[in-house]
Design a protein around this ligand. Structure first.
Ligand SMILES: Nc1ncnc2c1ncn2[C@@H]1O[C@H](COP(=O)(O)OP(=O)(O)OP(=O)(O)O)[C@@H](O)[C@H]1O
Ligand SMILES: [Mg+2]
Length: 247
């Protein structure tokens, strides 16, 4: 059973960036087979990782519902979907990538969500590590496409409003009975020490702070990826220190 790190948080807090940095660190550690999952329908993890994305699961499902005649005679639909999903996984140097996307066509979302869940459950068994970049907010949690995460990593800014949002995410994960072993908080893009008083009512374990990194800013502006950051980039150095707490 693979070790699942699911990254979540409010919009724009740095989920995708941290997901990509964690992929880079796991690869650097040669920790085992590694799957990066872009579970945000407005996908951009591939770009931030500097790799090509392939067909999304959403597009595959659209295709199958538009052309059911493509399902080989005698093959159950679920089996066909599973096969197509396998072929949508892109292999890269040191990690694989799967992009979920979102089906555009009409159809039952319960069915789609079911497929996504089963896809994830199946893949978790095939890899040592799975890093999931989720969409902002709470919606994906309530759709329960993330049912199990060894580490639920909530990313936040250092504002009071941001920290309260992070606390709500943890609360919702509990209410939805999402199975997690660690529920951790990381403050991203912040260069000061955190006033501990702010953490009083936030029942998440703060593992640390990833500083604002000018190299990330430059990469974002130039369309570069986190793979191009220097080995000692401040964000990477900080995450490297936190690494052991994440997996
Ligand atoms: N530590 C950092 N230092 C500097 N810039 C950062 C840092 N972390 C993230 N950024 C920048 O902040 C912006 C938002 O980051 P990112 O896209 O990772 O957030 P997100 O939470 O995934 O957003 P969304 O909710 O839209 O998916 C990006 O331009 C990214 O390059
Ligand atoms: Mg993102």
């Amino acid at each position: 059973m693979g070790y699942v790190i699911a990254i979540t948080g409010k919009g724009g807090t740095g989920k995708t960036t941290l997901a990509a940095l964690i992929v880079r660190l796991l690869r650097e550690r040669k920790a085992g087979s590694l799957l990066a999952v872009d579970a945000d329908p407005n996908s951009n993890l591939a770009e931030v990782l500097g790799v090509k994305s392939s067909q999304t699961i959403g597009a595959i499902l659209d295709d199958i519902s538009a052309h059911p005649e493509n399902i080989p005679y005698g093959m159950p639909k679920d089996r066909f979907i599973e096969y197509q999903v396998q072929s949508a996984i892109v292999e890269n140097d040191g990690f694989d990538l799967l992009t979920m996307g979102r089906p555009e066509g009409p159809g039952c979302y319960c069915y789609v969500n079911n497929v996504l869940r089963n896809t994830m459950d199946g893949l978790i068994k095939d890899y040592d590590y799975i890093v999931i970049d989720n969409e902002a907010g709470l919606e994906h949690l309530s759709r329960r496409t993330t049912r199990r995460a060894d580490t639920l990593l909530v990313v936040s800014d250092a504002t009071v409003v941001g920290l309260k949002a992070a606390a709500r995410i943890k609360q919702l994960a509990e209410e939805l009975k999402i199975q997690t072993k660690n529920e951790l908080l990381v403050i991203n893009a912040y260069d000061k020490n955190l006033d501990e008083k702010k953490m009083k009512d936030i029942k998440l374990k703060l593992i640390g702070i990833v500083p604002y990194d000018k190299e990330i800013e430059k990469a974002a502006l130039d369309g570069g990826s986190v793979m191009g950051l220097s080995h000692n980039a401040v964000s990477l150095a900080a995450l490297r220190k936190l690494g052991e707490k994440l997996w």
